[in-house]
Design a binder for this molecule. Structure first.
Ligand SMILES: Nc1ncnc2c1ncn2[C@@H]1O[C@H](COP(=O)(O)OP(=O)(O)OP(=O)(O)O)[C@@H](O)[C@H]1O
Length: 364
């Protein structure tokens, strides 16, 4: 499969302004700080990480809703950062966004028909009443809503149905890539699966490519061909979906995975548990070297001095940005704190003084 999207060393730095007229730049928020990745045609790329790590900024930077500071973005062979005027408008039609909270992204005063027509009009696709009606009905049908929904308003629908309208609004323009930013995190768990299945069905029938942004690894697991893990503006690991779960290499990925509950108590009791304590450092003042080192139980002097590159780990194609991924995996490097007794599921994390706690029950 060829790459539909190529992002190379993308940086999005927001200036921090000060002074009476806010005319003095006193620093930067390094929201995205050198991310490179590729999204293949027809695949789903899941981007995960804690709140504030730069996922949404990356998605918006890709669409140039936020102007990147530096780096390259190629979409279907076109240099996105060089696009202007009409070319930019055409490009925007090819990529659409689906947002987290359908209620706040849909204007409550507009009927579904008017919400869908708005996009068509903005892109000059509002040609002929009969054609438009046909297009709207078939789009609604593809997201599992009846044609009668056209004359209703967002508040008349349930949360899951509203997200279907959000998806219809993106689809009506016939995009190739959909950037879905936390598409199900505002929905009840029972409804989440329905929306995720719908996204999967649409991908199959329409050949869509997705960038799905989520803070929850459980959400991206079932739909992602490739998963990228972000931490403080950087990609720390990237792998095929299954591979990432079977063999997480980066300490941060291991911590994220250990927070996902496993329904089987026999597995749940035995597995590795890494509790991340402490807040995400400020992206305005990131740690030197490896951004994760201040919360990493395996950090060494080198981690403060040298920022690890996202490098290919072995011929599986898995990539990891950690100087010591091999040593951690083989067990040659032991974590600083082993406080197994305190990470029993009933223990209160507030009692735990250590920065990070690791049990090593099922490590190699
Ligand atoms: N327009 C902006 N101006 C200044 N700082 C910003 C702006 N947008 C985002 N940031 C900062 O950039 C960092 C990354 O934010 P971003 O929203 O991309 O993270 P995220 O991982 O998507 O988190 P969330 O899931 O909470 O949206 C945060 O520290 C945020 O405060």
């Amino acid at each position: 499969m060829s790459a539909l999207v190529k992002i190379d060393d993308l940086k999005v730095h927001f200036p921090i302004k000060s002074g009476l007229l806010f005319d003095r730049t006193v620093g930067y928020v390094y929201a995205v700080d050198g991310v490179s990745l590729e999204i293949k045609k027809g695949e789903t790329y899941g981007l995960v990480g804690e709140s504030g790590c730069g996922k949404s900024t990356l998605g918006r930077g890709l669409l140039r809703l936020i102007e990147p500071t530096s780096g390259e973005i190629t979409f279907d062979g076109t240099d996105v950062r060089a696009l202007k005027g009409e070319q930019m408008r055409l490009f925007r039609r090819r990529i659409q966004m689906v947002f987290q909270d359908p209620m706040s992204s849909l204007d409550p005063r507009q009927s579904v028909q008017s919400l869908l027509v708005e996009g068509l009009r903005a892109h000059g696709l509002h040609t002929g009443r009969a054609d438009v009606q046909k297009r709207l009905r078939s789009t609604l049908d593809s997201v599992g809503l009846p044609a009668s929904a056209l004359n209703k308003y967002p508040h008349e629908f349930s949360g899951g149905q509203r997200q279907r309208i959000g998806i219809a609004r993106a689809l009506v323009l016939g995009p190739e890539l959909i950037v879905a930013d936390e598409p199900v995190s505002a929905l009840d768990v029972s409804i989440q699966a329905q929306v995720i299945n719908l996204l999967g069905d649409l991908q199959e029938s329409l050949g869509l490519t997705y960038l799905v942004i989520a803070h929850d690894l459980a959400v991206v697991r079932h739909i992602s061909d490739t998963i990228g893990v972000m931490y403080l503006g950087s990609l720390v690991e990237e792998a095929d979906g299954d591979q990432l779960y079977e063999r997480p290499l980066h300490p941060y990925t291991r911590a994220l995975l250990s927070a996902v509950p496993i329904p089987d108590p026999r597995v749940e009791d035995r597995r590795e548990r890494i509790l991340l304590v402490g807040d995400l450092p400020s992206p305005a003042n990131p740690p030197s070297g490896c951004r994760f080192r201040t919360r990493c139980p395996w950090s060494q002097a080198r981690c403060a001095e040298e920022r690890p590159e996202l490098r290919v780990f072995d011929d599986s194609g898995q990539r990891v940005a950690c100087h010591f991924a091999e040593e951690i995996r083989s067990g040659d490097l032991t974590p600083h704190e082993v406080r197994a007794e305190l990470v029993h599921p009933d223990s209160d994390p507030a009692e735990v003084g250590a920065e990070l706690i690791v049990t090593r029950t099922d490590l190699p």
